[in-house]
Design a protein around this ligand. Structure first.
Ligand code: FAD
Ligand code: PHB
Length: 397
């Protein structure tokens, strides 16, 4: 019979990249944690989400000893392409930033690597266990209550890490009046597909077309990941495979480039677009990290990278507290994260504004977008600004 109360040092809600990485980094420094995750192991390992890792995300995963498969299977990209008005501009990361790159490696692969590492090291991840409340974080004895389907259990801990994503329970558990919310929703969403087809371009293509935005990305040399701008309440039932491919051909191809390779559609989904920040990322002994605290529209490929950057700071601050009973890094956690979060918010908003159709009737906005893309295509300074944000600003920027 399972024990009803678990005791640990750090209780972690959510086994996404943020929660799993925190548990892994803490364990390497001798700090114990328990992760509770509402979904099954299979579900989190198969959930298709982010695909682009900044250089420093890759370096951190490497330093943390979980980069071996990522180094073997990840696709290193030294540039991206912008397509507009029948033209293609290439942003050359290697030339514009000091030899930096991004790596295409699915978020679910990072999640698999982290779960394997935690379980191999004897770590505790309780799957199919929904946290129903977090308490006591304004004092020094926080608890997490969760249900594993058969019984209600409790974790007693020193700190709670709310890594439970945008729809989790941690952020809404913070007392009224503590958080200030900054938010923007966009009048469109992304229809995403995963296709059994070799990518028709070695590099990602971001396209602005009169019909709306499109993106070509990939997961492997055999699997293409593609997105189309669509309505926020888009009915997937109205998008036959043939309609999706037609729209992708129209928006992504130019006359000179290769045709998009078609293949079986393995997965289809609609992702809403939102910018969101909750400040501060903490109340007492409850710390928010990743999507629990902030959301960016995916156009800048920043979401998972921000979650990793938060966790790097949170893990260091907690380890420091256990080593020297000094809370200064924990006190500084929210401010330190938010400096970076707002820069990523700005970049994600800018990429989104540049590449989407906002208002079908605004000929002025369309001209302005095309002028900006033309400017980027011809200006090394503009390309450098894009490149340094895309590959990731330095961790202390
Ligand atoms: P999540 O991955 O959301 O993890 C939270 C976990 O908490 C989940 O497993 C959830 O099941 C669990 N949970 C929730 N509530 C509870 C509860 N009550 N009890 C227990 N568990 C709970 N980012 C990039 O960096 N690059 C990209 O290219 C990119 N592309 C994207 C494309 C799409 C289509 C989408 C949807 C997102 C993309 N992102 C991208 C964003 C990225 O996926 C997220 O920022 C990332 O998942 C954040 O990680 P997280 O661990 O904070 O949250
Ligand atoms: C992805 O491969 O899923 C992807 C790539 C770049 C983005 C967003 C998503 O900006």
């Amino acid at each position: 019979m399972a024990q009803a109360v678990l005791r640990t040092q750090v209780g972690i809600v959510g086994a996404g990249p943020a929660g799993l990485l925190l548990s892994h980094l803490l364990a390497r420094e001798g700090v114990a944690s328990v992760v509770v995750e509402s979904r099954s192991r299979r579900h989190v390992e198969e959930r298709i989400r982010a695909g682009v890792l900044e250089q420093q995300t890759v370096d951190l995963l490497d330093e943390a000893g979980i980069g071996a498969r990522l180094r073997r299977e990840g696709l290193v990209h030294h540039g991206i392409k912008l397509r507009f008005s029948g033209r293609t501009a290439r942003i050359d990361f290697a030339a514009l930033t000091p030899g930096r790159a991004v790596t295409v490696y699915g978020q679910h692969e990072v999640v698999k690597d982290l779960i394997a590492a935690r379980l191999a090291a004897g770590g505790t991840i309780v799957f199919d266990a929904e946290a129903t409340s977090v308490h006591g974080f304004d004092g020094d004895a926080p608890t997490i209550t969760f249900s594993d389907g058969t019984q209600t259990r409790r974790i007693e801990c020193d700190f709670i890490a709310g890594c439970d994503g945008f729809h989790g329970i941690s952020r809404p558990s913070i007392d009224a009046g503590v958080l200030r919310i900054y938010e923007r929703t966009y009048p469109f969403a992304w229809l995403g597909i995963l296709a059994q087809a070799p990518p028709s371009s070695e590099e990602l293509i971001y396209a602005l077309h009169d019909d709306g935005f499109a993106l070509l990305s990939m997961r492997s040399p055999q699997i293409t990941r593609l997105y189309l701008q669509c309505a926020p309440d888009e009915d997937l039932g109205k998008w036959s495979d043939a309609r999706i491919w037609d729209a992708l051909h129209t928006r992504l191809e130019d006359t000179s480039g290769p045709r998009l390779n078609e293949g079986a559609i393995l997965q289809k989904s609609v992702t809403p677009m939102r910018s969101f920040v909750a400040e501060p990322m903490r109340q007492g002994r409850l710390f928010l990290a990743g999507d629990a605290a902030h959301i960016v529209p995916p156009t800048g490929a920043k979401g998972m990278n921000l979650a990793v950057a938060d966790i790097r700071l949170l893990a260091c601050a907690l380890v420091h507290w256990y080593a020297s009973n000094d809370a200064s890094a924990l006190e500084n956690y929210s401010d330190a994260c938010l400096r970076r979060v707002w820069k990523a918010q700005r970049f994600s908003w800018w990429m989104t504004s540049l590449l989407h159709r906002f208002d079908a009737d605004s000929a002025f906005d369309r001209r302005r977008q095309l002028a900006e893309l033309d400017y980027i295509a011809g200006s090394r300074a503009a390309q450098t600004a894009l490149a340094e944000n895309y590959v990731g600003l330095p961790l202390d920027a």
